[in-house]
Write a protein that binds this ligand. Sequence first.
Ligand SMILES: [Fe+2]
Length: 434
Amino acid sequence: MAAGFEGFEITWRKAVFDDAPQAGSAASFGTLGINFRARKAVDEEEPDATSSREMPSWPTEEGGSAHDDDIDAKTLRGMLERGDPVTVVDVRNGEDRTEWSIPGSVHFDAYDALNAGDEKAMEGLDLPGRVPVVTVCGLGRSSAIAARQLRRRGYDVYSLEGGMKSWSMAWNVAEVPVAGSDAEVVQVRRTGKGCLSYLVGSGGEAAVIDAALDPEVYMGLARERGWRIARVMDTHVHADHLSRSRRLAEMVGAELRVPEGAPVSYPHSPIAGGDTVRIGAAKLTTIHTPGHTTESTSYLLDDGALFTGDTLFLSTVGRPDLEATSEGAREKARALFGSVRRLLDLPPQALILPGHTSEPVPFDGEPISGLLSEVREEIGPLLEDEDRFVQKVAGGVSPTPENYERIVELNRSGEWPEGDPTELEAGANHCAAG
Ligand SMILES: [Fe+2]
């Protein structure tokens, strides 16, 4: 099952230190559960201010030039995707960082000190001297102060414009090999939020499942592969992010398929359990899997891959308690029990491809997936007894997604909010039970 950070951490550390001095070590940082040790400059001295400022400014992906002191999320995303050397320093407090973080970033909790005007807030942080640094906070204000302080020490530092809020739209991809299918599957990951969407292509045609990013992202990925997006499909009405499916379908002239019974009020083509959808030579079969929501639906690709939305994750199941009374949550939990059992009776070699992950997605090209047989082993104990299952997953003990009622309302009406959608989508997803 490929869902860990280890591969990326190794890559990232290599990228950081390939250009860094080989000797010496200094401060150690707790980051992403491993004991990250940062090395100090080559001769244990502060880096040379003159030489570090000679580094060229990074271009933005729009072709313009970044603000002298800032870097935008798109540019940082591109750098991480290419494996460019960069040290990302997260200056938020531990609680905020626990909610979500940039994969591979170094944690240096300076938030209170920076906001108290402490000119020495960033002292004690030692970084590889010749590697560009990006500071990050929630909205980009404290990180700008942190950047100024580090710059005074000679580092080449940029502050992430808009902070973690703008990082929420960052994304990366992984190709998913699917045995027994002619289709190619691309997992499109909103790394800054954990939303997983999919592009399924065969014979020059493609379907997009659970579009969670700007339509241009899917259009660009399909164009690169010579695919025409013919269908856009959702697994359910989402509560943690705004669905981009309707906008994408309109922009490319694709058929919009939404599970039958979904409480949506915009024009669409309903899809019911047992329906099949052709994509080139490949076939998607619809399986109605109520529980997380009543309309929740999974899609089986040629017995080789199963897109489970928020019904089934790799080590847990979707939560049934959003928008439900406690009695309603128990009823939905019973439905979920049956749905998950039916899914786990499908061919054991099928690859489970969920709609979310609860960890920031590394830029490692590794799909977040698991064989059905592995997932069955992982969550088997949860499915032994229906009453115990219902009691456990209907408890509603985890925090609800921020603004979820407003997000659901918009996803039902199909309307797009005025202004910046990331205002509404702040925070990690909370769609899993437990
Ligand atoms: Fe959901």
